[in-house]
Design a binder for this molecule. Sequence first.
Ligand code: NI
Length: 177
Amino acid sequence: MTTREVLRMGDARLLRQAEEVHVFDTAELRELLRDMRDTMHAKDGVGLAAPQIGVNLAVVIFGVDQNPRYPDAEVVPQTVLINPVLTPLSEEMEDGWEGCLSLPGMRGLVPRYTHLRYQGCDEFGALIDRTVSGFHARVVQHECDHLDGVLYPMRILDMKDFGFSDVMHSGAEVRDE
Ligand code: NI
C-alpha cells in the first residue's frame, strides 16, 4: 500500500495543463494507478486526478460503490480514464455540493453540466465512450477539471456557498474528489 501526499490548493503544480499519455499498459502507468487507488481509498475519496499527487499526466480515477454509510449515493463504476474528452450533451446545468482532497474539510456549491458524453482510454489503451448524467457526470467534470488546472472553487458562482464542511449546513453528505 503506497499512499502519496495529496497536493493542496495553492500549490502551483495543481494549476498546470496535464500532458497526454502516449504509451499504455506500462509498469510506470500501473504503479501510478496503484498509488492513485491506494491514496483515494485511504482518504475515502470518490475520485482522484494524477496532478493531485504531483504527476502531470491526463489520468483520472473515480468510482462509487454501494456503501451503507451513503445509502442515497448514486453508484458510479470504478473507472480509469486517460486522455479524456468531455462533450456536454445539452446546455442544462445543475448545482451540487462538492469536496476535493486538495481542499480538505471544505465544500462548495458548483454548477455542472447535467448530461455529458465522455471519451478516453483505460489503462490498456482500450477506448471508453460513455453517456452519463447526474452525479456520474459531476464526478467526471470535477476530475477532468484537475487536468486543466481548475479546482472547484474556481467554478463557484456565489462564494457564500463555500466554506468548511463542519460549519456549513447544506444537508447533503459530501465526499471528496
Ligand atoms: Ni478534486
